[in-house]
Write a protein that binds this ligand. Structure first.
Ligand code: NAD
Length: 482
């Protein structure tokens, strides 16, 4: 089943930081795939803008290499056409270089203009000022910004003030690429498109929900950034919170940007403060030929966490009494991201006590292979009485939808949403601030206590205390697949 491609109007996408890691790793390959799908119609342009002194031809070579390195393609016959739609401007975000040239390039048409700020947040104000000063932004323009969106409530508010000082909130697209994942959107389709689940989607029927985002990689070349951020700021405050919102929110009246974002905001605001004994922080140590976190961030006394697990509660009618367990970490035993909704046991077992405990679990697998599984209890086949087993009803999307099913990368989907002007999958200012308002006291708490993360061996499931967090409630984490 090939996916349907919805045409878009011609556009100009300016990527500030167009030579950087994010642009080469994600934005350029995503745009090439959309070009191949016919979603970068003729007069559309990608304009790279960065500090490097390159000609347009030189930048096209950067793009060619990025596709090879990160897009796994030499571009094939489509490459030349794609490169032909690419321009480059050497620009200084903090000075005067390049702004006239960029303005002249954009002035030749009235396409939708999207400005992707793929640079550190320290440059947002400089870029915004210069875009306004050169009158490049009109009502039809969009600004795309990446995480990290602040490092606490105060800095997030300051960033919002900067951006909202120059642009309308309706023009600002704050990316959380988890929201662009096909399965994450499927979560909403499964919940709100079927009668089956929604009546059971509450504390009466659901024992608990667990969300795991496990990575095998360490901090890579981002040691300095990560040492200041840690797993709480880098992953929990944004990606895991967004997943929590989608799983816990009330049905919006319509699948429209503010209707969806209003419901997500209510979830964040309903979160109770987290008790200190419901938080486990960890830091990986060396193992299997990789060095430990402290060496990776070049700080032998680092107190930054590379792993966090916590239990939280939502004080609202639907979820009172159902705990949510969230964990994320680096250098874990597998790259495995999943949400598991664990339903309560049947109220009475008619098959007697010997058949064991059985319950339904709905697992939404985000990576590596996107899909949804529902564990159901059935009779074990064969003679010998009524023995029960749990078997998965597996809906691997690749299998169910066929080999041609096209699961676009999150960035493909999100960039096209920017061009179409659809903000549903982007975070609004108040959402980001509410998430920090919940996160800040947690971080301040461990800073005040001088909390040191628990060490864990690289390529395990994290510190033992994370297992205990669940076990003392009589529950278990689902295994991390390696
Ligand atoms: P990078 O250091 O690799 O690239 C920075 C880019 O900004 C370069 O193109 C550089 O030329 C340009 N630049 C820097 N100073 C400039 C100036 N004064 N004027 C004009 N251009 C300037 O950074 P990156 O990894 O691509 O990250 C960009 C942003 O995206 C950061 O905020 C980062 O936190 C965020 N981000 C990155 C990733 C990733 O995978 N790399 C993932 C999520 C978010």
């Amino acid at each position: 089943m090939a996916s349907r491609v919805i045409p878009v109007e011609a556009f100009d996408l300016v990527v500030f930081g167009g030579t950087g890691d994010l642009a080469r790793r994600k934005i350029l390959p995503a745009l090439f795939k959309r070009y191949c799908a016919g979603q970068m119609p003729g007069p559309s342009r990608l304009i790279g803008a960065a500090r490097s002194e390159l000609t347009t031809e030189g930048y096209r070579e950067v793009v060619r290499q990025a596709l090879r390195e990160f897009g796994n393609t030499d571009g094939g016959p489509a490459l030349e056409g794609f490169l032909g739609q690419i321009d480059y401007v050497t620009i200084d975000a903090r000075g005067g270089t390049g702004w006239q040239e960029l303005s002249a390039l954009l002035d030749i048409n009235d396409h939708v203009r999207a400005f992707y700020f793929s640079v550190g947040p320290g440059l947002f104000k400089d870029l915004a000022e210069r875009l306004q000063g050169h009158r490049m932004v009109d009502a039809n323009s969009r600004i795309v910004v990446e995480k990290p969106f602040g490092r606490d409530l105060e800095s997030a508010k300051a960033l919002n003030r900067v951006l909202c000082g120059f642009f309308d909130e309706g023009q600002i697209y704050r990316i959380d690429h988890y929201l662009g994942k096909e399965t994450v959107q499927n979560l909403m389709a499964v919940r709100f498109g079927n009668m089956l689940f929604e009546p059971l989607w509450n504390a009466q029927y659901i024992d608990h929900i667990q969300i795991t985002v496990a990575e095998t990689v360490g901090v890579g070349g981002r040691g300095a950034y990560y040492e200041r951020a840690g797993a709480m700021r880098d992953m929990m405050q944004n990606h895991l919170m967004q997943l929590l919102c989608l799983i816990a929110m009330e049905p919006p009246a319509k699948f429209e940007p503010d209707a969806v974002r209003d419901e997500k905001l209510k979830v964040i605001r309903a979160l109770d403060p987290v008790e200190p004994h419901h938080i486990v922080r960890g830091q990986y140590t060396q193992a299997d030929g990789v060095q430990g976190f402290r060496d990776d961030v070049d700080n032998p006394r680092s107190k930054t966490e590379s792993f966090i697990a916590l239990r939280c509660h939502l004080s609202n009618w639907r979820w009172a009494g159902t705990p949510f367990y969230l964990r994320t970490g680096k250098r874990l035993k597998g790259r495995d991201s999943q949400i598991t909704v664990v339903f309560k046991d049947a109220p009475h077992s008619i098959f007697g006590p010997d058949t064991g405990r059985h319950n339904n679990e709905l697992t939404i697998q985000l990576q590596p292979n996107e899909g949804i599984t529902l564990d159901v209890t059935i009779k074990e086949p064969g003679q010998g009485g009524m023995r029960l087993i749990d078997v998965p009803l597996d809906m691997s999307f690749a299998e169910a939808l066929g080999p041609d099913a096209d699961a676009p990368d999150a960035y493909e989907r999100l960039i096209m949403d920017v061009i179409r002007g659809n903000q549903t999958l982007f975070m609004r200012d108040d959402e980001v601030e509410a998430a920090w308002a919940w996160t800040d006291p947690i971080i301040q708490g461990w800073e005040a206590r001088g909390d040191v993360p628990k060490p864990y061996d690289a390529f395990t499931s994290g510190p033992d205390t994370a297992q205990q967090l669940m076990r003392r409630d009589g529950r278990e984490w689902r295994g991390i697949d390696s």
